[in-house]
Design a protein around this ligand. Sequence first.
Ligand SMILES: Cc1cc2nc3c(=O)[nH]c(=O)nc-3n(C[C@H](O)[C@H](O)[C@H](O)COP(=O)(O)OP(=O)(O)OC[C@H]3O[C@@H](n4cnc5c(N)ncnc54)[C@H](O)[C@@H]3O)c2cc1C
Ligand code: SF4
Length: 327
Amino acid sequence: MTGLADLTLRRPGTLAEAQAALGADGARPLGGGTDLLPSLRRGILRPAVLVDLGGIAGLDGVQREAGHWRLGAGVTLARLERDAALAASLPALVQAAARVAGPGHRSAATLGGNLCQNTRCVYYNQSAWWRAANGGCLKRDGTVCHVAPQGTRCHAAYEGDLAAALLALDAEVEIAGPGGARRCALQALYRDDGAAHLTLAPGELVVAVLVPLPPAGTRSGFAKVSARAAMDFPLASVAVALRLDGARLAALAVGLSGTNSRPLRLQDTNTLLGRPVDDELLAALGKLVARQASPMRSTVTAAHHRRLVAAATAQRLLRELAQAGPP
Ligand SMILES: Cc1cc2nc3c(=O)[nH]c(=O)nc-3n(C[C@H](O)[C@H](O)[C@H](O)COP(=O)(O)OP(=O)(O)OC[C@H]3O[C@@H](n4cnc5c(N)ncnc54)[C@H](O)[C@@H]3O)c2cc1C
Ligand code: SF4
């Protein structure tokens, strides 16, 4: 770790002021700083201006509105974690929030920062001298990817936990920027590129997350496997939302994080509908996950192991939710 480079810190009181401040060259939003500050201290990122979103009135609201929850980008994970109404309505989200880092991190970490956190790689999340000794890499200060040296793209993994839950829950994000406000499906916030995984245009920021109220009978949950039981990024995080019709699966959505350069909403889950949740169905789910998860050697844990972990975690979570009593 090194000292912080010179930078200007702005603390706007309104969204309009924040947008104006983000218009400056090299400006970057600051939520709780739990992802950003270690990167500044390692010289990985060097923003000229940090725009602290913590003073913006109303950015940390949690409201139940007609048909959906509106969660402000500035709400802390600790606040999400202890909200009883949210826990009853969106258990997967609350369980995911409770599994991020440690309690101290969660008291500062924000929803927006969690969704927009940087991708990670064992060759990248290192001190400046460590990275220089390896000649940098494609993502920063170099020309080669040490994970896939023949390739031309970065395979750093997106390891945010909340995105998995919010993808399974059909969330949308509200974005504000120089071009005005826009709303998109959460999946569209991400692209499959470890060096530029967000689709935000310069000056844009996430303002809120909108999560539809789940239809009656929806069960949802979150599960995560990491090398350490606490305060660790996921080898794989999985969220499942489902509905049963008797013993048969009537609706299924699966969100996945930790394995690819972007979080994924699992495709082709409709092929599993109408079937009982038995070993055959779980095997088919495992195949879907293993096919769509594409971890690379960006962590100290073998890529194939992470793929197997993702598949097994999804299978276990689906079985547990199906066997639990009605919500
Ligand atoms: C030891 C340790 C363990 C961790 N473990 C986990 C873990 O298990 N799971 C996990 O998901 N994360 C983990 N993290 C990462 C981080 O703590 C969390 O992701 C946290 O939620 C980030 O939120 P923040 O508000 O602190 O983000 P910040 O650090 O403030 O920001 C993160 C990034 O998002 C951008 N940003 C912030 N707000 C917005 C916005 N509204 N719109 C657009 N861009 C924005 C910032 O510019 C920055 O690039 C860990 C971090 C540490 C240090
Ligand atoms: S995946 Fe490759 S380019 Fe990306 S951070 Fe790791 S080594 Fe660098």
